[in-house]
Design a protein around this ligand. Structure first.
Ligand code: NAP
Ligand code: G4F
Length: 315
């Protein structure tokens, strides 16, 4: 069972599990319009059920009905700027939502294996470089604070009720399926539009922030591996390399033969009340225990995202 199956990671994870022979059930929330774009190609291979992280009775009923062996809790309000404008809702989804799923597991079948989508945003104002499973947390946004709650409630239920519950502390991972408001996709989409003559500029915020960016398809493999271990544990998943937003911008424009300085406008509207300046993860434990390594490089990621947006937008 995957919560958040309509999101970027949900769609890649569903593909991976189907390829491994799983029955896959995705939980989606009710909407008046169809928002299943990322899983449309899987429509005849997955089952979809309606529920909401805000609603305990729907969560418990779905888990009781499906009786999954594994639950991947990917659903969340995941956009950092929205967490500043909607902090209470972000706490309800992204923090308390985790407890609701865990309560459903506890009530229905404590042997269900549970994955929580934790985040490098929890490191925030980083207390060590690189960040590992032992680095203290210091979140810098309501989103980061909510994810920290989700992390600790997962650890707490593991220790209190002996659940197989794990927290994957994943660093930024991207793809052509990334939401268009996140910086990498905003850049690839903007570059494609400029190249095709559909736009003349790209307005961005802080170009000096640094992120450890990987490919989402690689990262869902780490989620699955975490639920296949003899004992539940928490892992940092990252590439171990960091780049400035400016590097992503420069490479993306270069990939279509353009100079970014002619098109990018820095717009303070996209600055955040508090910024996470530098993220770089230490993936040593994931490599040692899970035998996990990313396959797609930063450079290849930039290229494939721009190429995909060019293909999508080309008349
Ligand atoms: P995403 O594309 O924003 O997808 C979020 C999913 O959550 C969507 O399917 C969304 O459904 C669903 N959702 C939101 N609120 C819900 C609610 N109240 N009830 C049920 N479903 C709800 O996020 P992503 O990039 O795939 O990330 C997956 C998870 O990993 C998230 O928890 C995110 O915070 C975490 N994470 C992501 C990264 C990253 O770099 N991508 C890194 C670390 C952690 P709708 O389609 O209906 O909106
Ligand atoms: O792409 P972003 O919005 O991702 P952010 O804030 O790092 O969060 C993402 O990664 C987390 C893992 O660390 C996830 F947990 C979270 O759910 C999400 O997937 O911004 C990246 C950086 C920031 O420093 C931001 O200030 O890019 C900078 N930036 C510069 N200009 C911009 C822009 N970000 C956005 N979204 N839009 C801009 O115009």
């Amino acid at each position: 069972m995957i919560t958040g199956i309509t999101g970027q990671d949900g769609s890649y994870l569903a593909e991976l599990l189907l390829d491994a022979g799983y029955r896959v059930v995705g939980m989606t929330r009710r909407t008046s319009t169809d928002v299943h774009e990322r899983i449309r190609h899987l429509a005849d291979r997955i089952e979809v059920c309606s529920g909401d992280l805000l609603d305990q009775s729907s969560m418990t009923a779905i888990v009781a009905d499906i009786r999954p062996h594994e639950i991947y809790n990917l659903a969340a309000q995941s956009f950092v700027p929205a967490s500043f404008s909607q902090p209470v809702l972000t706490g309800e989804f992204t923090a308390l939502g985790v407890t609701r799923v865990l309560e459903a597991v506890r009530a229905v079948d404590p042997s269900i294996r549970f994955y929580q989508a934790s985040s490098s945003e929890m490191f925030g104002k980083v207390q060590a470089v690189p960040q590992s499973e032992h680095t203290p947390f210091y979140p810098r946004s309501p989103y980061g604070v909510a994810k920290l709650y989700g992390h600790w409630i997962t650890v707490n239920y593991r220790e209190s009720y002996d659940l197989y519950a794990v927290s994957g502390i994943l660093f930024n991972h991207e793809s052509e399926r990334r939401g268009k408001e996140f910086v990498t996709r905003k850049i690839s989409d903007g570059v494609a539009r400029i190249k095709l003559g559909l736009a003349t500029e790209l307005r961005l915020g802080n170009l000096d922030a640094q992120r450890d960016w990987g490919f989402a398809g690689d990262y869902v493999r780490a989620m699955w591996l975490m639920l296949q271990q003899p004992e539940p544990d928490d892992y940092v998943v990252s590439t171990g390399r960091t780049h400035h937003v400016r590097d992503f911008v420069r490479l993306a424009f270069e990939s279509v033969g353009l100079d970014y300085e002619r098109y990018v406008v820095v717009d303070p509207r996209f600055y955040r009340p508090a910024e996470v300046d530098l993220l770089i993860g230490d993936p040593a434990k994931a490599k040692r225990v899970l035998n996990w390594e990313p396959a797609v490089s930063f450079e290849a990621l930039v290229e494939r995202m721009v190429a995909a947006d060019l293909d999508r937008l080309r008349p």
